[in-house]
Design a protein around this ligand. Sequence first.
Ligand SMILES: [Zn+2]
Length: 132
Amino acid sequence: MFQGPAADLDAYAKKVQRMVKEEKGVFGELPTFDFARYTFIANYLPQATSDGMEHRNSTSLTSPRSLRPEEGTRNLGTAAHEFFHAWNVERLRPRDLEPFDFQRANMSDALWLAEGFTQYYGRLALRRAQPD
Ligand SMILES: [Zn+2]
């Protein structure tokens, strides 16, 4: 349940939509999401810790920051980063991350590609999504 001003939620949603459009433009199309849907699960609560986790068809976002415009920029940055992972890491990933081993960490010396490109393009998409 959203407890802030509805205008803050609407403004945040519009910014996320613009960011998604910009990231789609990088690849030319959206990935094929299961059930043709991608879900942003955002918990922005005072008691939350800041985090983001990508999944193939969704992301989980947490932050103690509100959606007030002066605080929401970092929340948008995390959303942009995690959404870019829908391509880079979820569908394109360093070979040595596979096969997945859920008993121990998959070590890779190519995370600069997975995380570095994602960080770069997430920020770029947000910049491009700024209204004129
Ligand atoms: Zn990442």
